[in-house]
Design a protein around this ligand. Structure first.
Ligand SMILES: NC(=O)c1ccc[n+]([C@@H]2O[C@H](COP(=O)([O-])OP(=O)(O)OC[C@H]3O[C@@H](n4cnc5c(N)ncnc54)[C@H](OP(=O)(O)O)[C@@H]3O)[C@@H](O)[C@H]2O)c1
Length: 324
């Protein structure tokens, strides 16, 4: 396993370059399997896990199932404060009697962010959230109020690093500028959907790792711009890179993606690795290294993915992947 630093100044922490997603822990992935996955991840050197305050309300859970499984596991293993936990708020149901949908998200008003942060501390059984993301951007709340609330939580020591997910690059930039000018801690982590394939250009989407986001991240960390870590969720397209039973989704099912998957398989054969491992190695080794959030549902799947952490791609093969 390899490690990298996220956050800035006194809030900087080292995390494993692979982050373990726990979206279905306690719902689709029963607790015993979830615990076995967590144990194996830590045994392999993993130190960064990802959850949210709504995992997983759309597959029959109460929305705190994943945080609760993590909380029990951290306590049982004595790993609270050692394993770094990222959680999210803002996309749980505002009205719990109605279905979870964007028009029923709780949003990112300051009171909501602060209340949900403290609830997450309680469910996880930790003193501090290493990362707290806004799960989805909220354009109905003034941005200065949202970033102000995240900054206060960092100043109070409740949150290590503030972040935002599913956000347009211009909103990320504006939010970070607002926070910096107000003298409060800015978002230093962004989490977007990302992997080796891209969505169609139209309709435009604001939830992916895009070229302009990577360009902005490359410019951060110097000249007064705070450092920015780019975390990428659903890196394997839920299995679509390697499994015929898993279709490409989220607008990514087009001829360009199919060509990329074909080249990916050729490169994997040349390297003697699996397509999933090559995807992760490609993400980890880019000019702006990404932190992939992997979502294995078994220890066997995890074991395959862990091997990618130490896989370095030959520059010629990397160039071939880039060019496809
Ligand atoms: N910020 C956000 O809005 C957001 C959104 C989505 C996810 N996330 C985070 O990202 C994490 C990962 O997301 P994801 O589950 O969509 O990731 P993913 O890695 O793209 O998909 C996970 C699925 O891929 C299949 N898979 C994984 N490893 C495999 C392997 N080695 N071989 C074959 N199939 C494999 C499994 O499908 P089967 O279980 O069917 O076998 C697994 O459930 C989540 O847990 C969550 O923490 C964040």
């Amino acid at each position: 396993m390899r490690y990298r630093t996220i956050g800035t100044g006194e809030h900087a922490v080292e995390v494993s370059t692979l982050c373990l997603g726990t979206m279905y822990f306690g719902t689709r992935t029963e607790e015993a399997t979830a615990v076995a996955i967590l144990d194996r991840f830590v045994e392999a050197g993993g130190t960064f896990v990802d959850t949210a305050n709504n995992y997983n309300a759309w597959v029959g859970g109460n929305g705190r199932d994943s945080e609760d499984v993590l909380g029990r596991w951290l306590a049982a293993r004595g790993l609270a404060g050692t394993v770094r936990v990222a959680t999210k708020c803002g996309a749980a149901a505002r009205d719990t009697s109605r279905p979870l949908a964007p028009d029923n998200f709780q949003g990112l008003a300051p009171d909501t962010i602060k209340r949900e942060a403290h609830e997450s501390l309680r469910h996880l059984g930790v003193d501090r959230l290493d990362v707290l993301y806004g799960h989805v951007d909220d354009r109905d709340t003034p941005l200065a109020e949202t970033v102000g609330a995240f900054g206060e939580l960092v100043a109070d020591g409740v949150v290590g690093s503030a972040g935002i997910s599913n956000v347009a690059t211009w909103r990320l930039v504006e939010g970070r500028d607002l926070a910096t000018r107000a003298g409060t801690a800015p978002w230093t982590v962004v989490q977007q959907r990302g992997g080796y394939v891209y969505p169609r250009a139209l309709p435009p989407r604001t939830d992916w790792v895009t070229g302009d986001l990577l360009d902005y991240a490359a410019s951060a960390g110097v000249d007064g711009r705070p450092r920015l870590a780019v975390v990428a969720y659903s890196p394997l397209h839920q299995g679509a890179m390697s499994r015929p039973d898993k279709p490409l989704y989220a607008g990514a099912d087009h001829s360009g993606s199919r060509e990329r998957v074909r080249v990916l398989h050729e490169v994997a054969a040349a390297v003697g690795a699996t397509p999933n491992q090559v995807v992760l190695a490609w993400m980890l080794g880019g000019d702006v290294p990404l932190v992939p959030v992997i979502g294995p549902s078994s220890v066997a799947q995890l074991d395959e993915l862990l091997a990618a952490a130490d896989l370095d791609l030959d520059p010629a093969l990397r160039a071939r992947l880039d060019a496809a």
